[in-house]
Design a protein. Structure first.
Length: 56
């Protein structure tokens, strides 16, 4: 499919139960629930000007 080659023999022996708790990836470790609200007194042009200043 054009995604590169791999050795399928490496895939068949992969077993997640062989991993210890410290080696496994917790995909929910950084989940956040809630809202973020932001109100700026500046208009879009002022904010873009400030961004350009920060880049320089």
């Amino acid at each position: 499919m054009g995604f590169g080659s791999y050795d399928e023999s490496e895939q068949k022996d992969a077993n997640a139960s062989d991993l210890g708790e410290d080696e496994a990836v917790n995909v929910h470790e950084n989940d956040h629930h809630g809202e973020v609200n932001f109100e700026a007194d500046a208009d879009q042009d002022e904010l873009l000007d400030k961004l350009e200043q920060m880049k320089d």
